[in-house]
Design a protein around this ligand. Sequence first.
Ligand code: GLA
Length: 463
Amino acid sequence: MKIVLTFLAIVESFSLYAQTKTSYNAFYSGIPWFDDKGNTVSAHGANIVKENGRYYLFGERHDDTSNAFVGFNCYSSVDLYNWKFERIALPQQQSGKLGPKRVGERPKVMKCPSTGEYVMYMHVDTLGYVDQFVGYATAKNITGPYTFHGPLLFDGKPIKKWDMGTFQDKDGSGYVLVHGGDIYKLNDDYKSISEQLNKAFEQGFESPAIFHKDSLYYFLGSDLTGWERNDNYYFTSTSLKGPWTKRGFFAPQSTLTWNSQTTFVLPIEGTKETTYMFMGDRWSFPKQTSAATCVWQSFTISGCNISLPEYKEAWKVDQKTGVVSSAIVTGKTIVATDQQLIYSGNWKQDTLAIRSSHEKGDSFSITVKTTQVGIYGLARPDGGYASIVIRNSKGKIVLTSSIDMYSKYPVVLLKFLTPVLKKDTYTIIVTVLGEKWWWKEKSGRLSGSRGNFVSLDKFIVTD
Ligand code: GLA
């Protein structure tokens, strides 16, 4: 017994996160998530595959400095809330099309029923987005490592388009979707295309995703605005060959799909219900690792209409029954004017917020005894980046991250939430970085924030 306890103490002294492994109890959209190692979950343009009771999440790995491909990550989870980092499933190649200074996006994995192999599809490109094609890689084990084979061929030719997705039908057939609305059927071995089922019907329609429910296929995609958000929309059809009927936006207009872009729809099948989970990305270039977040919401489906009528900052799904329930961030509210907060620098009241600053190095902090801390901020058209550092009572840094305070329309949002921590006295320090989200779209248009503002709304502190 003593040996076991000593061992556990040693493990704990190496990593605080050993005890926070199962510490999220709900989905929290729009905030950085921490994995079992205490790093932010870096998995964008993602998809999820379920196997033997475990979910495997594949997504773009990023760094905070450049847009260059640095690999695709694989994480696993039993509840979809807490993610274990498995490995870099497909690393940057030494040279070639996924070598240094290239682009690799939107990895999607499917298990091929006829070979038993796992096949990963992705968008391959140059940094300037002028050499795009759909590539593929294979692995014997779900977590990889995957071997990159170059372009997926149709009639001996690559599919020279950029945004892509995949769909696996109930009969095991695999499909590759391409922006604009092209749908290609894969051959039995999933390593080449047998036929084109549907031809592009839209100009933009990026980030394509399909799911099937009852007799309908739902085809979702975004407008063409690069990493800037837009109102995503969808079509329905009884056949993948179409004809497709345009149904319009699935989130309320002007919310810009609750500030996200579609990547995948995951059916969560339970004994009572199947919940269809919208998976979206809230991109944040250049800080795509520390400040880009995931927006995962459950669809409301009625007839041929799918919708995300309200933004759920927290919600749950029962893994057994598939039934969705609501969740909230609970605790004591500490507002921005509370005396417990220590401001340093030039924090002012402006037209949008009671406390805001855009000056690099300005900060605020709070010291509280707690197990979980949430921060609400005002996301705004001139919002910028802040860094967050959390220290325990011994002064040891336990978590660090960035947050992006940008939104095209002003909105107060949960911007940060720690996992459940060991009860202790923590100091949370938020510092204005004097930097902002920006991106040059494929059309050459510059998008992103107009300023570097960080605006605090309140803290929520759990006892
Ligand atoms: C769109 C695409 C992304 C990426 C960015 C880059 O958002 O959906 O996959 O290519 O543009 O501009």
